[in-house]
Design a protein around this ligand. Structure first.
Ligand code: ZN
Length: 314
């Protein structure tokens, strides 16, 4: 049965866009509950200065906590080499650096142009290698930018190649702004795979800003993508991309993949119960998702017992 990895990013991408700070204890319960529902990878936070994002100030503590859970891969975002040193000290399994394909967005977000970012990626790659940490470059705003509009696909390919030259081993394509459509996902995935190597682009980070998130997942599956980021309750978005909100909802993604016969290893019923932790810790915060409202189909369990080939065979 085809295995698909669902990587939970709500504690980073979700919480960073919310003013309120979720207490450490609630974050720990969230991580533990998702892991026991079968989630195998969680991005627990970001090593950015606490004065910029106070919501992420407890990332090192969360890494320590999450590392105690067996079978869980603990990843964090790092904005630069300094953040990568903190992540290495904290003992993360993996880290990723966002690399904005829109230079305007990059300058606004991290005050670095593309050549400066390539240099930074080289430094982070070196730190990751020294510590044996899995490292990925997240090609953000790859499908379009709220400031520049269209982002040239040739530019995305060229920047991915440059990042590979300075030591980037793996890539993810990130729809920071919710601009991606399924045709574009197939085309750009194929182009980047052929530029950096098919096995080095395994992940899509999609938003559901315009309701195209799950359609884009299917497009990614057809191009051999095996890891998808999602946020429980669709919490949050990107604070640096105006108008971008609504991550892909983990619950909806898991329902779709499991019912298609693509094994995520995640127990949907257990996952749905995790929302209560967020509702209690952040009362009034909007949470999204269709599955939490409608519940699974009556024959959901039966569907999950078949594999994708059986589900699609005539
Ligand atoms: Zn995002």
């Amino acid at each position: 049965m085809t295995e698909i990895l669902v990587s939970e990013v709500g504690l980073r991408d979700g919480l960073q866009s919310i003013e309120r700070v979720m207490p450490l204890e609630a974050k720990q319960r969230w991580i533990a509950a998702e892991a026991s529902a079968g989630v195998r990878e969680i991005e627990v936070g970001s090593f950015v200065p606490a004065k910029l994002l106070p919501q992420m100030a407890d990332t090192a503590e969360l890494v320590a906590f999450a590392k105690g859970i067996e079978g869980l891969t603990v990843v964090t975002l790092v904005p630069n080499a300094k953040g990568a040193e903190f992540a290495a000290d904290a003992g993360v399994d993996g880290m990723s650096i966002p690399f904005s394909m829109s230079e305007t967005h990059s300058l606004k977000n991290v005050r670095k142009d593309h050549p400066a970012m390539i240099e930074e990626i080289g430094k982070v790659a070196r730190i990751a290698r020294e510590h044996g940490i899995h490292f990925a470059v997240s090609l953000s705003t790859a499908f379009g930018c709220t400031m520049e509009g269209a982002v040239s696909e040739d530019q995305v390919v060229r920047l991915a190649e440059q990042a590979a030259e300075v030591g980037a081993q793996e890539f993810s394509l990130s729809d920071t702004t919710g601009y991606a459509d399924p045709a574009q996902v197939r085309r750009l995935t194929r182009k980047v795979k052929s530029a950096v190597g098919a096995d080095r682009l395994t992940t899509l980070h999609l938003h559901n800003t315009r309701g195209l998130g799950l359609a884009n997942v299917v497009a990614g599956l057809e191009e051999g993508i095996t890891t998808f980021d999602a946020s429980l309750g669709g919490l949050g978005g990107c604070p640096f991309a105006p108008g971008a909100s609504g991550n892909l909802v983990t619950e909806d993604l898991v329902l779709m993949l499991n019912s298609m016969g693509l094994n995520t290893g995640i127990d949907l019923e257990a996952l749905l119960k995790v929302r209560t932790i967020i509702e209690e810790a952040l009362p009034g915060e909007p949470l999204y998702g269709f599955t939490p409202e409608a519940g699974p189909m009556l024959d959901y369990e039966h569907r999950t017992k078949l594999d994708y080939e059986q589900r699609t065979a005539a």
